[in-house]
Design a protein around this ligand. Structure first.
Ligand code: ZN
Length: 237
């Protein structure tokens, strides 16, 4: 088992040397994803603002048409007042004039409110458009620089891991499997120890285990943190 453990220690050392690169390679797409999500959010907010503005414009058109109608109604009612043949007709026509006037006043107030809304929405829409364009620009720049960085990291990683396959072949498959599983959750999945203490979790190892580690007849894991432990003397021989 000694040779296999030596190969495993080398493999772990190699993987550790690429650990920062692996972390960055994982981080880059996550950051890009976050940025894309915020661009998308700005885009949907922009669409919402546009919808609200269109709604306000439609309402304005509707109110303007009604105002025009009411103005025409007022003209007609005034004519009726002038042409009324008796008091009853004159009173009825006057009431029509009043109703149209009230309605005109209401439409005008409403149009004023809509006008204010449109003005505010137009201003905030311009802000949103600016934010959106800016965020898109940042995303694009980030995508380009990330691409370059990933290529750079891939190359570095490739160099660091030269000979990894050969090492993997020297380690029993079940051990490689256990090692791979351990290192997904633990930094330094393989620990080289020189005394009776696990250097990762700082717990004392049972004396019997310490002796067995120096014999290097089988694979051992720290009973506390589960890391694979190899004695320094095994690697150094
Ligand atoms: Zn430990």
């Amino acid at each position: 088992m000694r040779e296999e453990l030596v190969a495993l220690a080398k493999l772990a050392e190699m993987d550790d040397s690429a650990r920062d690169i692996d972390a960055e390679l994982k981080q880059i797409p996550a950051q890009l994803e976050e940025l894309r999500a915020s661009v998308q959010m700005l885009e949907s907010m922009l669409a919402q603002e546009r919808d609200q503005l269109a709604e306000a414009e439609a309402l304005k058109a509707q109110q303007s048409a009604e105002l025009k109608e009411r103005n025409e109604g007022l003209q007609r009612a005034r004519k009726k007042v002038a042409q009324s043949a008796n008091l009853r007709e004159a009173n009825a026509a006057e009431r029509e004039v009043e109703a149209n006037r009230r309605s005109i006043k209401e439409r005008e107030d409403e149009l004023k409110r809509i006008g204010d809304t449109i003005e505010a929405k137009t201003a905030s829409l311009a802000e949103r458009e600016k934010d959106f364009e800016e965020a898109k620009g940042v995303l694009q720049t980030q995508e380009e620089s990330s691409k370059a960085r990933v290529a750079e990291l891939d190359e570095k990683r490739g160099v660091l891991l030269i000979g990894r396959e050969e090492l993997v072949e020297k380690v029993p498959k079940n051990v490689v499997k256990r090692y791979e599983r351990l290192r997904t959750g633990l930094p330094n999945a393989v620990i080289i120890i020189s005394d009776g203490t696990c250097t990762a979790c700082r717990m004392a190892l049972p004396p019997q285990l310490h002796i067995e580690l120096q014999r290097a007849n089988e694979l051992h894991q720290c009973p506390h943190c589960r890391r694979i432990i190899i004695h320094k003397s095994v690697v150094e021989d």
